[in-house]
Design a protein around this ligand. Sequence first.
Ligand SMILES: C[S@@+](CC[C@H](N)C(=O)[O-])C[C@H]1O[C@@H](n2cnc3c(N)ncnc32)[C@H](O)[C@@H]1O
Length: 262
Amino acid sequence: MSSLTGDQIRERAAALGDWFHNIDLNGVQTAPNHFLNDYPNVKWKMFQHAIPEDLTGKTVLDIGCNAGFYSIEMKRRGADRVLGIDFDERYLNQARFAAEVKGIDIEFRELSVYDVAQIGETFDVVLFMGVLYHLRHPLLALDLIHDHVAKDILIFQSMQRGSPEEAPVRADYDFFEQEHFEEPGYPKMHFIEHKYANDWTNWWAPNAACSAAMLRSAGFQILEHPEEEVFICRRGERPTPAGAVYPAKPKTNGTTNGGGHA
Ligand SMILES: C[S@@+](CC[C@H](N)C(=O)[O-])C[C@H]1O[C@@H](n2cnc3c(N)ncnc32)[C@H](O)[C@@H]1O
């Protein structure tokens, strides 16, 4: 636990810019006016029961960790090692400060989800929360996570829009069948060409069926769906051979092996 006074924490937190994560730093709230209220604590409360209480001996990768709220929660549950990655150094500095104030040992590294192959390690638990819809290439990211860093459990969350229903999807449809595309529960992802919520980094808004279908397609078996935007998955085999084509896998013997998939 840090010896900083409340005023010192407030001052240093403010100097780190606007926070997306509201974290309680010894009584100082980092984002007290968040538009989603006490976020992500309100979200966490909805699905924390679905995550093992004891993560002793486990390794965790938090992709798009932001200021580290979930990384801190994983460490609190006893995870041996937590690595948080984000491509925004500003958020990582907030995360480092939050962990310092809490006296928690977490490694934070600047890295894009597209470059997870560089980590060269697989993790028992991978969190991929609130990132998919910010990506121009969301399925690619899921494929890369599957191929390079997921060993067992994936905890996934996405903003979703459209129907919360999940219509059964058949293995195939005749070329002239089209009605299923109109069903609200058919997997659909809305493309955001400009901005959504005044944010140009929102590129996609899947419906729930699409989140689930993309996870399955990337090779993740859905174990639980404890909250409407959250899916707890287990890494399995990809149903089709298609997979990530970018980037090349980590160098072996001084060469890359091209853009194949596992
Ligand atoms: C909406 S926030 C979600 C933060 C946290 N995971 C959560 O669920 O509260 C999205 C985060 O993803 C990060 N991000 C967006 N694109 C990324 C990318 N290509 N690679 C790594 N992080 C990314 C952003 O910098 C931001 O911290």
